[in-house]
Design a protein around this ligand. Structure first.
Ligand code: ZN
Length: 455
């Protein structure tokens, strides 16, 4: 099957170029002037940007978090993802209590199989580190799993890693190619907050329970360890100007990157002061004074923009009795709104915005996830994950999730229209709608752990 995408402006090497793009058997076969007679199918992309498929580098789906199960499973999450140009969903597999990581991975994979509309990549969240656990991680790293998630907080949830443990892992797994994704909020600072004087019935108090200093101190500590041991560090969901500046200043010293999320750019802490402010409760919290942070990100400071999509059903979020905000499930939806809200960072300059999507939603996440040989760019030989994006569609409300959850970006609209989304060469979305909603064709991007020979 040969498909020609023609007359669009193609994002390539940081520029927009008037090129045709030929897809053969699921891969990009040629860029340049291509004779339409050689194609079985022609997609007209006039007036549109032609961009590499997007990757949401940070999502939580089909998982229990604290007392509640997430609203989105693999089917609903990958559906809203693909309809919005996201051809790869990165999500987490977390080792549960008394469970091996392999068992957790088999569980996640079984849930995703046959249900996913876009491709899926798993970041691993190991929670125990016995010699056997480390041996397993080494085999997984050798087999193509690169990204490990660690938390400097959440002792009660059993996922906390001390700075000493993080340092040990940097030393033992860093040289094997592990990419460390770290949630940076210093648990000591959070523990030291004097809760007695605080009004826990107000969602806004969340900003005091998890202060900016907790993030900045944890970033400083973890970054210093990574630089000392030459480990590859990616800091997830940076929400503070000081934290982002620290990482930018030290980036030349090592392999450092960071992401921020649309909610830290376009939603501020005043959302927590609303009557229903508990719905906007996430960690790190929404912050004040976003203008300088947004300015820094507009300059391209963040490597990746990702959602930290963590949608709870409206009824679960709203089941809070208003007594102690620490009982509210932490997280908000974002997945389907990712390209629309990211676009707003540069909306005054649509070409810059289109290139911003290509870099921060595709190239950089592909490289950090270790799938740059297949995803992240429109180059010959790579998977033909292609977005034909019309920037001048009718303004429509953004939709973060198809699940039974409230909209985090309430009132936000976007003119972006997804005319065509190709997944490995097949048109899976036309004018924002799945072409075959009952026939998901997403694939896992890593080998089945059972096919790797375990030590
Ligand atoms: Zn997260």
């Amino acid at each position: 099957m040969k498909t020609l995408v023609r007359n669009g402006r193609v994002a390539l090497d940081g520029c927009l170029q008037p090129l045709d793009l030929l897809v053969v058997d699921g891969r990009i076969a040629a860029l340049g002037r291509v004779d339409a007679a050689s194609a079985d199918q022609v997609i007209e992309a006039g007036g549109c940007y032609v961009l590499p498929g997007f990757i949401d580098f940070h999502t939580h789906v089909d998982d229990q978090i604290g007392a509640f199960y997430l609203a989105d499973g693999y089917e609903s999450s990958t559906r809203v993802a693909l309809e919005n140009g996201i051809t790869t969903l990165c999500t987490f597999v977390t080792q549960g209590p008394g469970e091996t990581l392999l068992r957790a991975m088999a569980r996640a994979r079984a849930k995703a199989e046959g249900q996913s509309h876009c491709d899926v990549l798993w970041h691993l969240t190991p929670t125990t580190f016995s010699p056997a656990d480390i041996a397993t991680l080494k085999v997984l790293l050798a087999g193509g799993y690169r990204t490990l998630k660690l938390y400097t907080t959440y002792k009660n949830a059993g996922i906390f890693a001390s700075y000493d443990l993080i340092e040990e892992l940097f030393q033992s797994l860093g040289p094997l190619g592990s990419q460390f994704l770290v949630h940076c909020e210093d648990d000591g600072i959070i523990d030291a907050v004097e809760v007695a004087g605080l009004d826990l019935s107000k969602a806004f108090t969340h900003t005091q329970l998890r202060p900016e200093a907790a993030e900045v101190v944890a970033i400083q500590r973890v970054m210093e360890l990574a630089l000392t041991h030459r480990a590859s560090l990616h800091v997830v969901h940076v929400s503070t100007l000081a934290g982002a500046r620290l990482l930018v200043a030290n980036r030349p010293q090592g392999d450092l990157s960071f992401e921020t999320c649309p909610q830290y750019l376009f939603l501020d802490e005043t959302w927590l002061a609303r009557e229903d402010g508990h719905r906007w409760l996430c960690s790190p919290p929404l912050r004040g004074n976003r203008a300088p942070f947004l300015d820094l990100i507009r300059q391209g400071a963040a490597d990746i923009i990702a959602t930290d999509h963590c949608p709870f059903c409206s009824r679960d979020k709203d089941s809070w009795d208003g007594q102690d905000l620490r009982a509210v499930p932490n997280g908000m939806p974002g997945l389907g709104s990712l390209p629309h809200v990211t676009w707003k960072i540069w909306e005054d300059d649509p070409d810059r915005a289109a290139l911003g999507l290509a870099t921060h939603l595709s190239l950089n996440p592909a490289l950090r996830a270790g799938v740059g040989h297949r995803k992240g760019a429109l180059r010959t030989g790579l998977d033909a994950d292609i977005v034909v994006l019309d920037p001048k569609g009718p303004q429509r409300p953004v939709r973060s999730t198809a699940a039974d959850a409230y909209e985090a970006f309430a009132g936000f609209t976007s003119p972006l229209a997804f005319r065509h989304v190709l997944l490995r060469g097949e048109t899976r979305v036309r004018d924002g709608q799945l072409t075959q909603p009952r026939a998901p064709t997403g694939q896992p991007l890593q080998p089945s752990p059972s096919t790797l020979s375990m030590a």
